[in-house]
Design a protein around this ligand. Structure first.
Ligand code: NAD
Length: 471
């Protein structure tokens, strides 16, 4: 919650602001904004000989496309408002990146570190059972995925529980995404959100004129970055930016504190250090800052909040010194901090664009599950033979020999991971170009968030209109 308005209301306010740049009728806009279904669940589990009542939710924001899709988070912050807001963001996110799903979100109000693996498994299986009972899960109904506090392990428990109830349902493996690769998951899903953050940033920074306006040179290479949260999204965004984008990570914030080094922090080594010591504090060559929010205020080119919502508020917005903020987490900037940052000339890449890599690759996983074979299985050998034939002909015609390494490169089909990453890269580039076009078309739009909402709203409205629901 920020000030007086709730997270869900603040998403609605952003939508209203963008709707002013469209001709969507009022009634249709009301339907687009509404959260269609919310399942509120309470169930008991036994913890250390006592009973505890667990509070959980699943919200399906929009059914204009089915199935609905969105992660499940385990966090103490979970409440109905948060889950509805995150479900709404999923609707706009899916529309923006052309993933044909409605938005959903689930959450269990727990701190997973306080439970044993067995207790977490009980909680996850019981939650899934409730979803099955209420018809809130299924490959054509609602498809969960990992989010804050959950990962492939929880998705495997969800799949197994679902299949126990739906024995023999041929597409049951598509009831959840983000599964382990050995459990019908897809290569590249675990890194997808962080990888998408990198692709989105790289695309944004490739426009010389845009970068000049914020005092940066074109290109991501050599730029400085601060990352908050070294979980799935933050660690992958940082690692990939460092390794593939030549970005210098100068600050990192985690629960236990924040650290700074002008010379740069090797993220691979930092992750190993944290795994060993349980903390980022004390990492050699870095200075420990006053508290865990302090790193957000460092002078840097790119700030990547990748932990939870409400991290940049009216209280610290004035002190943010980044040129670009990539909202890798959902809702890290409160509604009242947003205008302060825009006024400071900071470019904000909104959450429902910049963290869309996860749902994009989840969509690829779902497609793979429904097609019941891995990408490339049917065509790779055929393409290889066809390319071999072409190269042999080229050799015959030119009298020149193509070396073995070049030949291998030119004839082999893409691996699953390469295909997934290229699909993700294309998606993030296309979506950025749509946002940028929308920004340039409307001189009165002053921020990328509004421009992105305009893109999503137009697509969702057109879906409703083509369904014949609204004239
Ligand atoms: P995660 O649980 O893997 O990691 C979150 C990290 O944030 C943890 O390392 C945690 O210790 C850290 N953290 C918690 N409080 C902090 C604080 N006060 N300061 C600094 N660090 C703190 O979660 P995740 O999956 O990486 O998700 C992070 C964010 O990204 C969430 O907002 C989530 O909704 C969003 N997101 C995740 C995905 C995905 O595919 N996992 C997709 C889209 C969006």
């Amino acid at each position: 919650m920020s000030g007086q308005i709730s997270f869900f209301e603040s998403v609605g306010n952003y939508v209203d602001k963008a709707a002013a740049f469209t001709d969507i009728p009022k009634g249709l806009l009301q339907q687009i904004k509404a959260c269609n279904l919310v399942l509120r669940i309470r169930f008991p589990i036994r913890v250390n000989g006592d009973y505890e009542v667990i509070e959980a939710y699943r919200a399906q924001h929009s059914h204009h496309r089915l199935p609905t899709k969105g992660g499940i988070r385990y966090a103490e912050s979970v409440d109905q408002d948060e889950i509805m807001a995150l479900a709404a963001l999923m609707t706009y996110k899916c529309a923006l990146v052309d993933v044909p799903f409605g938005g959903a979100k689930g959450g269990i109000k727990i701190n997973p570190s306080k439970y044993t693996v067995e207790q977490l498994q009980n909680i996850t299986r019981r939650y899934t059972t409730e979803l099955v009972k209420k018809n809130f899960i299924g490959p054509g109904i609602d498809v969960p995925a990992p989010d804050y506090g959950t990962g492939p392990r929880e998705m495997a428990w969800i799949l197994d529980t679902y299949q126990a109830f739906r024995h023999g349902e041929i597409d049951s493996i598509g009831c959840v995404t983000g599964k382990p690769v050995t459990q019908n998951g897809i290569r590249g899903r675990a890194e997808a959100t962080g990888r998408g953050v990198f692709y989105g940033l790289r695309e944004c920074m490739s426009y010389e004129a845009d970068m000049k306006k914020i005092g940066l040179t074109k290109g991501i290479a050599g730029k400085t970055m601060v990352v908050q949260g070294l979980g799935n999204v933050g660690s992958n965004a940082a690692l990939i930016s460092q390794n593939e984008g030549d970005v210098k990570i100068i600050g990192v914030a985690e629960r236990e504190g924040s650290i700074h080094s002008e010379k740069g922090i090797d993220i691979e080594k930092l992750l190993a250090f944290r795994a060993e010591t349980g903390s980022i504090v004390g990492f050699p060559g870095t200075k420990t800052l006053a508290n865990n929010l302090a790193a957000l205020e460092l002078d840097c080119d790119i700030l990547v909040p990748a932990a939870l919502e409400n991290q940049i508020t009216r209280a610290n917005a004035e002190r943010i010194n980044a040129k670009i903020i990539a909202e890798a987490a959902n809702g890290p900037i409160t509604a009242d901090a947003d205008p302060i940052l825009i006024k400071k000339g900071i470019v904000i890449l909104p959450d429902f664009y910049i963290n869309a890599g996860g749902v994009t690759v989840s969509y690829f996983e779902w497609l793979k599950n429904l097609s019941h074979h891995r990408f490339g299985r049917l065509e790779n050998r055929f393409q290889h033979n066809a390319f071999e034939g072409i190269l042999t002909k080229v050799q015959e015609m030119t009298g020149k020999t193509i070396g073995d390494r070049e030949r291998d490169f030119l004839t082999r089909g893409g691996t699953e991971e390469e295909l997934v990453n290229s699909g993700l890269e294309d998606t993030m580039i296309n979506a950025y170009q749509q946002i940028r076009d929308s920004f340039q078309q409307h001189s009165a739009i002053s921020d990328m968030r509004t421009a992105a909402f305009v893109c999503s709203l137009k697509k969702i409205a057109s879906d409703y209109i083509s369904m014949g629901i609204f004239p």
